[in-house]
Structure formats: structure tokens, C-alpha cells
Write a protein that binds this ligand. Structure first.
Ligand SMILES: [Zn+2]
Length: 207
């Protein structure tokens, strides 16, 4: 594992960076969110520590998903009208990043997709319609707004504390599809549902 470290711009503690996909790292001591720039960390903001809601995974968890080795490098929690969900930033054994959403005990594993085509104006996207991005025809089944409520570890997004995202979820060619729109970026993900029993954690702390 390639690990590097930078001093936290707020408290000076070492920020461990274990992967080249990390765009933000959250200091485990003071909670500052820092954007990683060339050889530097720049403070974006701060959150109170994540509320200790029991989740199946944890930052630093290692194990397998559907037989593929992973490590959970960090997570971001999104709050929406009726609850929250966590997005775990995973590093797979081959070094590629993946995102595992955990929403009321249900898991889906997503891969990021480069957006190569025009995308529809987000405000014009309606539930029950189809949108086309790249060659994917996505049937939109849900949309909503969420705010970043907290984060820990390394993150693969630019999303700063307090920022809001709009999300659109649907299906495309038998896969789950999700579009996340923030002030800074638009990201497209495709993935599949994962059964909890298909996630095996091998380094769970005892007790
Ligand atoms: Zn710090």
C-alpha cells in the first residue's frame, strides 16, 4: 500500500493518504476537512464528529465484497428529508476505487463513470422519464436533495462540509445508475445491489 502523509493544516497531526484517488482527507484528531492539492492540504471546513450510528462497515475495514478484496478508506454521510445514507469510499485489490452505499442496511456497490456526453440540465430531469448519458439510457426512478452531514477518512469527492447535492437514481441496462450533482462536479455511477452476507469484514475490532 502506498501511504503518504501530510501535516493537517489546522492541528499539525499527520493526515494519512493511502491512495491516489483521495481528493479530501478528514483529520481524525480535529475533524478538519482538507482538499489535497499538489503536495499540500488546504482546509475546506470542518464538521463535528460523525454521530455514532451503528453501521456494518467502518473506516479502515478490510475484507471482501462478492469475493473481491477491499479496504474502506473513508465515508461521507448525506442527510436527506427522511434520513441519511453513507457512501463508503473503497479501494479494491487492483487499486481501483469503488463506492459502497449503505442505506438503512441495504448496500449497493458503484463504480464511477467518466461522463463523455452532454448531460441534461439537472432541473429538467424528472422521475418517470429517461435520460441518456454516454450510451446509457437511464430510467429515472427517484430524485432528491441531500446535504453532507459528516465524513471521516479519505474521500474521493470534492464535496465540502455543508454543501448540498442533488441526486438522481434509476436503472440502466440492468444496472443501478446514480447521478450526483454538486456545485463542483457532476458524477455518474453505475452499480449493483450487494447482499450484506456478500460483505465479509476480516479486521473487525473485538468487543
Ligand atoms: Zn487536524
Amino acid at each position: 500500500m502506498d501511504t503518504s502523509s501530510l501535516p493537517c493544516p489546522q492541528c499539525g497531526a499527520p493526515l494519512e493518504i493511502t491512495n491516489r484517488y483521495a481528493k479530501i482527507v478528514v483529520c481524525q484528531y480535529c475533524g478538519a476537512h482538507s482538499a489535497l492539492e499538489t503536495g499540500n492540504a488546504k482546509i475546506l471546513g470542518q464538521f463535528p464528529k460523525l454521530a455514532d450510528v451503528p453501521t456494518y462497515l467502518f473506516t479502515g475495514a478490510e475484507g471482501t465484497i462478492q469475493g473481491k478484496k477491499f479496504r474502506a478508506a473513508g465515508r461521507m454521510r448525506y442527510q436527506h428529508k427522511s434520513g441519511f445514507w453513507d457512501e463508503w469510499f473503497l479501494l479494491m485489490e487492483d487499486g481501483s476505487p469503488a463506492w459502497l452505499t449503505e442505506d438503512e442496511g441495504e448496500f449497493s456497490l458503484f463504480e464511477g463513470r467518466k461522463i463523455k456526453s452532454e448531460i441534461p440540465e439537472p432541473d429538467s430531469i424528472k422521475v418517470g422519464t429517461k435520460i441518456t448519458i454516454n450510451e446509457l439510457v437511464i430510467s429515472v426512478m427517484e430524485k432528491g436533495e441531500a446535504a453532507v452531514a459528516g465524513a471521516e477518512g479519505e474521500l474521493g469527492f470534492w464535496t465540502a462540509p455543508g454543501s448540498r447535492i442533488r441526486y438522481y437514481e434509476g436503472v440502466a441496462a440492468g444496472k443501478l445508475a446514480a447521478l450526483e450533482v454538486s456545485d463542483d462536479e457532476i458524477e455518474l455511477f453505475t452499480g449493483d445491489e450487494v447482499m450484506r452476507k456478500e460483505i465479509v469484514i476480516t479486521n473487525r475490532p473485538q468487543g
